[in-house]
Design a protein around this ligand. Sequence first.
Ligand SMILES: NC(=O)c1ccc[n+]([C@@H]2O[C@H](COP(=O)([O-])OP(=O)(O)OC[C@H]3O[C@@H](n4cnc5c(N)ncnc54)[C@H](O)[C@@H]3O)[C@@H](O)[C@H]2O)c1
Length: 339
Amino acid sequence: MIRIAVVGLGFMGKTHIGAYNQLPNAKITALCDRDPDRVNLTSLDAGGNIETSSGSVDFSDVPKYTDYDEMLAKGGFDAVDITLPTDVHAAFATKALKAGYHVFVEKPLAMDYESAMLITAAAEESGKVCSVGQCLRFWPLYTEVKKVLDSGEYGATRHAEFGRYSPPATWIVDGWSENSSRSGNASLDLHIHDVDIILFLFGKPQSVRSVGVPDGNGFFTHISTVYQYPEVSVTSTGGWGFSPDFPFSMRALYVLDKATIEMDISKDHPVMVFPYGREPFPLELPEGDGYRNEIIDFVERCESGKISEIVSPSVAAESVRLTRLEIQSARENREIVMD
Ligand SMILES: NC(=O)c1ccc[n+]([C@@H]2O[C@H](COP(=O)([O-])OP(=O)(O)OC[C@H]3O[C@@H](n4cnc5c(N)ncnc54)[C@H](O)[C@@H]3O)[C@@H](O)[C@H]2O)c1
């Protein structure tokens, strides 16, 4: 049984707790939030853009803390799950690793590559499991398509495009995500999901060229990027400057030699395959979502002590690095070549 402390009881904290609560080999044994009302959690209703957890919970027997250092010192858990605003990920994650706990930390791993590398170094020194919430690497909408692309059944992938569009995040506590020095705005917070999946599917691009809607603080409410690869053209767009009723949307399009594959979560069949010479068909997707699957993986790793190569801090740091290069490209209005 892996004993978990969850720190930050907002949208993602509640989402993770909902996932742990379904597992026979995990138990919440500590809760922490600096807000004394929020720490007394009684409901998992979070109001986020993709809700996978809801309903009432009874944590009356679970120790609760408004002070993180006090919680780390008291202990009573094996792993710390950090679902806090991005600007404090590095400080909180390195502290927990240095104190000898396994760590799950939400994406983006950190505000910049240097801070992400602090977590990477602390994780490597500790020898503890440290997984990052780059959940698309566990989401069947993407992982099942990756299997098709990698199989070569429909030939080579010639073009891929990704979209992530969101109304403003109304659930956010204290409006931290609107402060781009704490979140990196949509250009880091939202868009990093597609950057990460592009790295997962196609590896490191040769260069990026981005444009965006600037927020006056060096970040962007929308960002669009062209990724240069030798044999596939890749583009992506992400933003959250849409009107309040615009539905949250995740999309992708893959153009292969012998088929086109479309992903759109608003459709009844979210992934459709359109092969040449055959009727289109929906791609079969296993049960489960990325949030639940990443937590299952994390708990299993805490049990085995086996470190992830898919969502390790060093892998997630590369997603921060590439996203920051895109932001730089849009700021400086030029192509950035990757070393
Ligand atoms: N994987 C995903 O799809 C996904 C989706 C949304 C958010 N996120 C990420 O998860 C993280 C949290 O986002 P959220 O939407 O849950 O935010 P949120 O605003 O809903 O919740 C944050 C919580 O942290 C608490 N908190 C803030 N500072 C604290 C501190 N110093 N000590 C203790 N508690 C503190 C707040 O009181 C609040 O309860 C962010 O990094 C965000 O980018 C990931």
